[in-house]
Design a protein around this ligand. Structure first.
Ligand code: HEM
Length: 254
């Protein structure tokens, strides 16, 4: 990543068809998860909670509500931020939505860390949620700091990382539903399915985000650098005096 130009420059890039389809699928899954998971924490009735509540703590349901509502908002807003034409044509809208996203994540993450302490769903899930909550906060703070410094490309990297963590709420529910359906075959307890789903969701999302960086950022940068150094080799003196072309993939793009 040492070659990354962090300031904004470079030509605009068209969003490929594959990227567009990926974004649409991601947005639909995020919306479906928010609609499925959040409304039952808006009723004010603790009996609507999907997960068992801690009977020693009267405010457990409220904590889940304070977590679920901004978390659901962040989940739905995230994909909008990755739409390149919207970012380039309406930078002000991108900034406003981005602020709402970041504030939502901060509230949701703090409530998540409290909810982790109250959870009755087992130590393994608690450890996973605690790490996820801290990483969620850390990545959003990094996303904020980098954009304040004008480091657009680094901001993009941190926000992709952050949304990968946000999206683990979707992956978790996919794994959980599949795991629960397989429970009679596997003969395992709910707690085992739950904690395995949380760990697997975090792992898969982080790996996919890092794969995205390698494929979309690091690999093209290395290829361009190799091309530039080949052009500048003593065999082609005509090009040796040229400055390396700025890398559109690495240069900050909104
Ligand atoms: C990525 C960081 C997140 C962390 C660290 C986190 C953490 C937690 C924790 C600790 C609980 C209580 C679990 C238990 O006691 O077993 C919980 C529940 C919940 N979370 Fe999150 N969460 C995150 C993201 C999200 C997102 C993006 C949503 C958006 C839909 C969400 C929606 C909910 C809901 C609705 C519940 C209540 C349980 C249920 O009905 O499934 N969370 N979360």
């Amino acid at each position: 990543m040492d070659q990354i130009s962090t300031k904004q420059s470079g030509p605009r890039r068209r969003t490929s068809r594959r990227t567009r389809i990926g974004l649409i699928v991601m947005a639909l899954l995020a919306l479906a998860t928010a609609i499925y998971a959040v409304p039952r924490y808006l009723t004010g009735n603790p009996n609507d909670s999907v997960i068992p509540l801690n009977t020693d703590v009267a405010l457990h349901y409220l904590t889940l509500a304070i977590h679920a509502v901004p978390a659901g908002l962040a989940l739905v807003l995230g994909p909008i931020q990755f739409i390149t034409p919207l970012r380039t044509r309406f930078p002000r809208a991108h900034r406003i939505t981005g602020r709402i996203y970041m504030i939502s994540v901060v509230f949701a993450a703090i409530a998540a860390i409290v909810a982790t302490g109250l959870s009755v769903d087992g130590f393994s899930a608690q450890v996973a949620f605690a790490l996820l909550g801290v990483a969620w906060l850390y990545t959003v703070v990094q996303g904020y700091r980098t954009i304040r410094r004008g480091e657009v490309q680094l901001h993009r990297v941190w926000m992709v990382r952050n949304y990968a963590l946000t999206f683990s709420a979707v992956t978790l529910r996919i794994f959980l539903v599949s795991g629960l359906a397989l429970r009679p075959v596997l003969g395992i307890e709910f707690a085992e399915v739950y904690s395995a789903s949380v760990w697997a969701a975090i792992f898969i999302n982080v790996v996919i985000a890092e794969y995205f960086f390698v494929q979309r950022i690091t690999a093209p940068a290395l290829r361009r650098r190799r091309r530039v150094s080949t052009n500048q080799s003593p065999k082609s003196p005509a090009t040796s005096s040229q400055a390396p072309t700025p890398d559109p993939e690495l240069a900050g793009q909104r």
